[in-house]
Design a protein around this ligand. Structure first.
Ligand code: NAD
Length: 321
């Protein structure tokens, strides 16, 4: 069995490796050759923790396994990240455990990969201004991956809690792109691409604040009850997602579908666009919205890439199991 510890992931797997792996598995999902299994998520009644696992199987790459972990709110006081996850990969032919891979950094990279893929396939080619809503841990990964997808000339950002823009400012600086904190009216009026990555339970951005031709990647809503944009915005947009079942139950689309503003049948899996079975954006004025809910197959795809790279670079730790 191969072990790729959390400490080995940084420097081993790049954002581009993750984009390539996730793009491939999204296409397999749309072709129905890869399938996510039902998600388990439970409050364990200890340490205020939420624990669960996401699993699936990709018949094309033979990635089989699960990501286990969750949220331990008291970890910060122990010098640990609150979100903890580990990926277990199994040999699809024998069921033997093939690898254990640290999943914390990989989660941020695979989530940023999903929104970057949506920008790559759905944003207008002439998109020049990116607007970030949210400035927490994930936001820096989101911005870094997004900046590689178009020739962005400006970064605009809004956050509920002031004083959190340092991460985004330094990513913008890394890329030599000017950064400005703005209000939501300006962000909506000037951004060609908007990424939302917050823990909000109420709509932040209104439909009237978004102009025609915008692409939105809504990435923060991954639980029942969370919401980042007004449901009317989904009614005005062409809605894409990683997996429709998650989009309508725990994703941004849950509210528009429950309110009768959006039909489940009208939500398009981004994998269909990647595979060439859906045209994606069809006009410069269309609003496209990607509802990124986060699926287990993303985790398996990036963990498999990490194992392959660790083996190729001689960094894999092998143990008898
Ligand atoms: P974080 O705690 O580091 O940051 C939270 C962000 O949300 C901050 O910008 C904060 O100001 C903002 N925020 C908090 N409460 C808010 C409210 N009521 N209204 C508006 N903004 C609010 O969290 P993070 O690690 O950056 O994660 C952000 C979100 O992304 C979380 O909801 C997380 O569950 C989600 N997430 C989604 C995926 C996915 O695959 N879709 C993967 C990882 C994380």
């Amino acid at each position: 069995m191969i072990i790729v510890p959390e400490s080995a992931i940084d420097g081993l797997v790049t954002q581009d490796d993750c984009i390539a792996a996730v793009e491939k598995v999204f296409a397999s999902m749309a072709k129905r050759t890869a399938r996510n299994f039902p998600v388990v998520r439970e409050a364990i009644g200890h340490a205020d923790a939420l624990y669960g696992f996401k699993s699936g199987f990709d018949r094309e790459s033979l990635a089989l396994g699960l990501k286990a972990g969750g949220f331990w709110p008291g970890n910060a006081g122990k010098g640990l990240t609150n979100h903890q996850s580990t990926v277990f990969l199994f040999d699809a032919d024998t069921g033997r455990c093939r690898a254990v891979v640290g999943g914390n950094l990989l989660t941020a990279l695979r989530t940023a990969a999903a929104s970057a893929i949506s920008i790559r396939h759905l944003a207008r080619e002439d998109a020049r201004v990116i607007g970030m809503i949210g400035a927490g841990h994930q936001s820096a990964f989101q911005l870094r991956a997004a900046l590689g997808q178009r020739t962005f000339e400006r970064v605009l950002a809004w956050n509920l809690h002031p004083g959190m823009f340092g991460r985004l400012e330094s990513v913008a600086r890394e890329h030599g792109v000017p950064f400005e904190a703005v209000d939501l009216d300006r962000l909506g009026a000037e951004a060609d691409v908007i990424v939302t990555i917050t823990s909000s339970f109420d709509p932040i951005l209104k439909a009237s604040q978004v102009r025609p031709g915008t692409h939105l990647a809504c990435m923060g809503t991954d639980t029942k009850g969370k919401q980042e944009v007004e449901a009317a915005l989904l009614a005005a947009a062409t809605v894409f997602t990683d997996e429709v079942a998650q989009s309508v139950s725990i994703g941004e689309a849950q509210h528009a579908v429950a309110g009768g503003l959006l039909q489940e049948a009208d939500i398009v899996e981004i994998g269909a666009v990647i595979a060439g079975d859906h045209p994606g954006r069809t006009s410069a004025a269309e609003i496209t919205l990607f509802d990124g809910t986060g699926v287990g197959l993303q985790d398996l795809a990036v963990a498999s890439a990490a194992v392959d790279l660790a083996v190729a670079k001689g960094l894999a730790v092998e143990v008898d199991f």
